[in-house]
Design a protein. Structure first.
Length: 79
């Protein structure tokens, strides 16, 4: 109920923001556990990121999750 109220009166709050939760292409664990940070910061914490999980942010801001196994060849994981 409260979330419906917030979305109705603050629709921009549903968009991703730097250091905020993921949205857009983020689904499942990405949506609930990901955070929109720069790819540089995500790499520094050995995180994995998904493109288009933070709409409205710059190209260098992606939905990042820390603690996932990633391949040595790529930091990007797709849902």
């Amino acid at each position: 109920m409260l979330s419906a109220y917030l979305i109705a009166f603050f629709p921009l709050a549903a968009l991703a923001t730097l250091n905020g939760g993921c949205s857009g292409a983020a689904t499942h664990l990405w949506l609930s556990d990901g955070i929109c940070i720069t790819t540089e910061t995500c790499d520094a914490y050995k995180g994995a990121y998904i493109p288009n999980g933070c709409p409205g942010d710059g190209d260098d801001v992606q939905c990042c999750m820390i603690g996932l196994e990633t391949s040595a060849n790529s930091k990007r994981l797709l849902t």
